[in-house]
Design a protein around this ligand. Structure first.
Ligand SMILES: CC(C)(COP(=O)(O)OP(=O)(O)OC[C@H]1O[C@@H](n2cnc3c(N)ncnc32)[C@H](O)[C@@H]1OP(=O)(O)O)[C@@H](O)C(=O)NCCC(=O)NCCS
Length: 164
């Protein structure tokens, strides 16, 4: 495994440029993994990105200069007492390291500290690497699945991680 020095921390409004760049990179890298598209994200204003960086509870991995990955957490309105893991992305050069699991760890820590008992996520059925990674860190498929609204050819599976 690559040895990589990195840190994971909560994003702030000042990170908006790097978050924007990473999100746009993610949408080009693995469009089938995300609910929004590169084209619509490109239309977001500077003000919207700043608001997202400040309010969307993002965690970022960085090596001091370069952002290596991102993930966010939010309340799950359908299942009170649980939360979502959203927007998981790790740059190709940081894959196969601890970056992805530490990002999940950061969102899980936030969820536990907020009193949530489980984390849910949606993963594209076609995104084999992500499914395998999520299984390895303890997520299990719930059996729920639905078609992605922006592209009916894409199916999303629901996975859940209990937070003891
Ligand atoms: C999903 C993601 C965060 C996982 O991070 P990662 O660092 O790549 O994960 P890891 O390398 O630790 O684990 C991936 C697993 O898939 C395996 N794998 C690698 N390439 C694969 C492929 N093409 N098909 C299936 N499995 C694959 C790896 O061997 C590893 O399994 P193992 O731990 O049992 O050996 C990262 O790949 C990523 O950002 N992908 C693009 C965006 C994305 O898909 N996001 C998910 C949104 S739900």
């Amino acid at each position: 495994m690559t040895i990589l020095r990195f840190d994971v921390r909560a994003a702030t409004r000042r990170d908006w440029r790097e978050l924007r760049a990473l999100r746009l990179e993610a949408l080009l890298d693995t469009p089938e993994a995300f609910g929004s598209t590169y084209a619509e994200s490109l239309r977001r204003t500077r003000r919207q990105w700043k608001m997202m960086a400040r309010d969307f509870n993002y965690y970022v991995a960085h090596d001091g200069g370069t952002f290596l990955g991102m993930a966010s957490g939010g309340r799950h309105d359908d299942f009170p007492g649980t939360a979502w893991l959203y927007g998981m992305y790790v740059t190709p050069e940081a894959r196969g390291t601890r970056v992805a699991s530490d990002l999940v760890g950061a969102v899980a820590s936030w969820a536990r500290a907020s009193g949530y008992g489980a984390l849910y996520l949606h993963v594209g059925a076609q995104v084999a690497r992500a499914r395998r990674f999520y299984r390895r860190v303890g997520f299990v498929e719930t059996g729920d699945q639905h078609v992605m609204s922006r592209d009916p050819a894409l199916t999303l599976l629901t996975m859940r991680l209990d937070l003891p």
